[in-house]
Design a protein around this ligand. Structure first.
Ligand code: APR
Length: 182
């Protein structure tokens, strides 16, 4: 499903983010950029070893990536120009969780803008291994995206959220209705 908001297409797709075409593909990474399971593992496997090498260089240079921040590498074998690695919070029921999750989306969008990307695809950050409740996370994600589009008009042609399961897809569909119809 998709909607158009201030000239930007906001699209929800059910599927595998490694199969998506976009200028920037966002990875739900960890602070040490060491790769992992979930979407991180899938992206590293599909993109190839060059990504892990570039991540190691970033770690050497700046000591990793803090929660809520974002860094980028090339996209290797993915159909993209860049991979933006961001780190969502591990859910701890603290207020800071929400701010950090919101920052992960906003900082990824800001970095993609800086890189000249016109299309970007996100997974559902923090809602897997990091256990952030998806209903809450989907609202935070869409509010952050909405605010970014309002403050950065005509930056992105399309912002895609790629949801791995039908359940997740339906939750995000409800969140689009809640956030963009209000
Ligand atoms: N495409 C799209 N979404 C995917 C894919 C994929 N190929 N694989 C998994 N997902 C979904 C999961 O179903 C979940 O909804 O991505 C969402 C985020 O889950 P995780 O990948 O577990 O990410 P997160 O909760 O942010 O945890 C990050 O997991 O892999 C490690 O190194 C990573 O330590 C970090 C932690």
């Amino acid at each position: 499903m998709k909607i158009i908001y201030l000239g930007t297409i906001i699209e929800l797709i059910r599927g595998d983010i490694t199969k998506i075409t976009a200028d920037a593909i966002v990875n739900a990474a960890n602070s040490s950029l060491a790769g992992g399971g979930g979407v991180d593992g899938a992206i590293h496997r599909a993109a190839g070893r060059v990504i892990a090498e570039q991540c190691r260089k970033i770690v050497k240079k700046q000591g990793g990536c803090k929660t809520g921040e974002a860094v980028y590498t090339d996209a290797g074998n993915l159909d993209a120009k860049y991979i933006i690695h961001t780190v969502g919070p591990i859910y701890r029921v603290a207020a800071s969780d929400e701010t950090q999750l919101s920052s992960a989306y906003t900082n990824s969008l800001m970095l993609a803008k800086k890189l000249g990307a016109r299309t970007i695809a996100f997974p559902s950050i923090s809602t897997g291994i990091y256990r952030f409740p998806i209903k809450k996370a989907s609202l935070i994600a869409l509010k952050a995206i909405k605010r970014f589009v309002e403050e950065n008009r005509e930056t992105f042609k399309k912002i895609t959220l790629v949801l791995f399961s039908e359940y997740d897809f339906n939750i995000y569909k409800m969140a689009v209705a809640t956030v963009f119809d209000s």
